[in-house]
Design a protein around this ligand. Sequence first.
Ligand code: FAD
Ligand code: DHB
Length: 391
Amino acid sequence: MRTSVAIIGAGPAGLLLSHLLHQQGIDSVVLERRDRAYCEQRQRAGMIEHGVVELLRNAGVSDRMDREGLPHDGIELRFDGRSHRLDFRELTGRGVMIYAQTEIVKDLIGRRLADAGQVLFEAQATAIEDIETDHPRVRFTHEGTEDVLECDVVAACDGFHGIGRATLPSAVARTFEKSYPFGWLGILANVAPSCEELIYAHHTNGFALHSMRSDEVSRLYLQVPADTDPADWSEKQIWDELATRFELHNSDWTLQRGPITDKAVTPMRSFVTEPMRHGQLFLAGDAAHIVPPTGAKGLNLALRDVSLLAEALTARYGSGDTTLLDEYSDTALRRVWRAEHFSYWMTSLLHAHPESDEFDRRLQLSHLNHIADRPAAATHLAENYTGLPRV
Ligand code: FAD
Ligand code: DHB
């Protein structure tokens, strides 16, 4: 089997890259180890930055997002029993879109298959070879048989547990990592959201986030210890704890409850690999970097990476100019490190660290008050949250 660009992984990064290349007349094959239903149902992120909304629109894959997505112009910060709205539109001129990653993946798979794109499900890449030559290849197993995909370039969009990052020679790769002693217990519930905009709540018991998927489906998260088994939390315990963390003084606001349809714990870590390219192997998305979910940058970074990569490959296959490909890693890493800092900062600002004391909590509250009171501080958060146009 032969193609120009071998793409490993049919997550948002791999699928968008394949679509963007197709639009430029560049052929690719996507290898995905899971089946289609699994890829379309795996519950993950939900907030799309302004610039990424534009990217999906320009790529012609935004019809359903524009019909069904929820445009938001701000968020609410809750701390000390009080509520403060940050108006992103006023602070930055930009808003965001609430539209689930599962829906983006469904839209992209539908579009690739409608365009006769080659997406092989249940095709596991097992080795990436000869990346330092002009004829690399990917070995994979599909329907019980071993096969080889010959190509010019390999794009490893295979997430944190893929084989792309591990293929970088150890003499070349450097990794930077931070882990957190807590994770998020995330639920989906069949109940109308109790708010119009997302609520990021700081509480002595820990962080909570109220998000949503539609007018009928809510998505909520609770900070829990890293080793938490979701089975240890009953529905009632989850709703009671959420109600406690979102509680407001002097307000009759209440949290609406409903049946929980999905429940999982996400570990939290910060992780970056440098460089994001070696020879003809390019890393994109979670294959190269992970952020803690506070601030919702993981999905946005993954889509920004492949937008850069598609542009660079378009130049290579068009005029033969490889300047953008040569710059890909440095250009992508500038935005990656900005998002790493923002996600780390939002996580530190809003979570209860098991080793923190009352002094640390007072510092957090002072910082939150500063953001609520001072437009300059609010603008820093708003610009990073809605996504910086250039980094
Ligand atoms: P992925 O979506 O991970 O896709 C990689 C694909 O590669 C997968 O389909 C995988 O099956 C496939 N693959 C791996 N190895 C191979 C192989 N050897 N051969 C073939 N295929 C392979 N971000 C947020 O902003 N907010 C959130 O609330 C949030 N929640 C998350 C919850 C969880 C449980 C996880 C894991 C991530 C979450 N994220 C969240 C992060 C966000 O979802 C990711 O940043 C995003 O999925 C990255 O997209 P990607 O395409 O790079 O990788
Ligand atoms: C969602 C997840 C996030 O991490 C976040 O900061 C905002 C929204 C979500 O899943 O909707």
